[in-house]
Design a protein around this ligand. Structure first.
Ligand code: SF4
Ligand code: SF4
Length: 337
């Protein structure tokens, strides 16, 4: 397994890291077991966030007494000094530590600079030793480019998978040029990509640290297996990637859920990508009475547009939902998938 150096932070870890968002959905015992097994299997970098409910507490419990053996990053969505301090103190308490390796502004709407209080809070926290490095996460490519060009951050976390555009790839290369660490979120593109070997092979071509979102031991086992059997790009995997890129590129929903809640209760993060899910997972899982009822809620969309203002990918959500519903109805009527 190749090691990744996160630019000027000098943090160097195997290119196989743990994204701790999904452990919110399992019990504390299950989460602690997953995290320790990840460590035992070779993972050294763990990414969490104040916004992931009890994820930080679970990470804190798993690594109590061995803080110096792992690297932990967390995030804050704060926009004021007071909230920043409250979040950072809560995070340190949850993680049972007195420092974070990287503290990131979460889902930044713009590149915050020295003119913004929130950036100065990061600088101050670093001076106090509460955080070792200053990071930021973004979903919009223009914002991400501004961040890298600003020279103010040590790491950038950005969505990166084998559906990446040339501009996304240029961003990763620009980070390398600027000696900035690149942390890759959504390496499975929100669950759309299912071939972990192809995802790992793609990632191995770049200076990017993937934080795979892991909820089950079976998922962890797949990622850990790459420590034993290193994956590199092959013609067979290139074929898998090319096929998926042909099917999935363009305007598609990544399932992140930032657009929610919907005014009328539509489960946007699943319904807006039903056409892909129904063709990729076992179809039957998405054709149940439950999902039929959920999809029919799309008819009640009042076109308020609130969801569109929240989508980091600037998708035309009401129309995307309508397209997915039309396709879904045809599938229910017998169209082959
Ligand atoms: S535009 Fe439709 S889908 Fe979006 S929040 Fe409003 S009602 Fe929900
Ligand atoms: S519509 Fe946009 S914000 Fe909503 S789940 Fe999909 S990608 Fe995320």
């Amino acid at each position: 397994m190749k090691n990744i150096r996160l630019g000027m932070t000098e943090i160097t870890v195997p290119q196989n890291a743990f994204g701790a968002l999904p452990i919110q959905r399992v019990t504390t015992d299950e989460a602690v077991s997953l995290l320790r097994n990840a460590y035992d299997g070779g993972m050294r970098f763990f990414d969490t966030a104040r916004a992931y409910s009890d994820s930080e507490e679970k990470v804190g419990k798993a690594f109590e007494g061995m803080r110096d053996k792992v690297f932990i990053s967390s995030k804050t969505g704060a926009t004021t000094k007071e909230k920043f301090e409250e979040d950072l103190n809560t995070t340190l308490t949850n993680l049972k530590t007195d420092y974070l390796d990287i503290y990131q502004l979460h889902c930044a709407a713009k590149c915050y600079t020295e003119e913004d209080d929130i950036y100065n809070c990061l600088v101050e926290a670093k001076k106090q030793g509460k955080i070792r490095h200053i990071g930021i996460t973004a979903h919009k490519i223009g914002v991400a480019e501004d961040i890298v060009n600003s020279g103010l951050y040590e790491t950038l976390q950005f969505p990166f998978s084998y559906l990446a555009s040339d501009r996304d790839i240029a961003l990763v290369n620009l980070c390398k040029e600027r000696d900035m660490g690149f942390i890759a979120m959504k390496g499975l593109s929100g669950g759309l990509l299912t071939n972990s070997r192809a995802c790992m092979a793609f990632m191995s071509q770049y200076d990017a640290l993937p934080i795979w979102g892991i909820q089950r031991q079976s998922e962890l086992d797949e990622w850990l297996s790459f420590f034993e059997n290193e994956v590199t790009m092959t013609d067979e995997l290139k074929t898998v990637i090319d096929k998926d890129r042909n099917e999935l590129l363009g305007e598609f929903c990544r399932g992140c859920g930032y657009c929610m809640p919907c005014t009328v209760g539509i489960t946007i993060n699943q319904c807006a990508r039903m056409s892909q899910m129904v063709r990729r997972a076992p179809s039957q899982n998405w054709l149940t009475d439950y999902w039929q009822q959920e999809m029919l809620k799309i008819d009640s969309c009042v076109d308020c547009g609130i969801c569109k203002t929240r989508c980091p990918y600037e998708l035309d959500i009401p129309n995307l939902l309508k397209k997915n519903l039309a396709d879904y109805k045809e599938i229910l009527a017998g169209k082959p998938v």
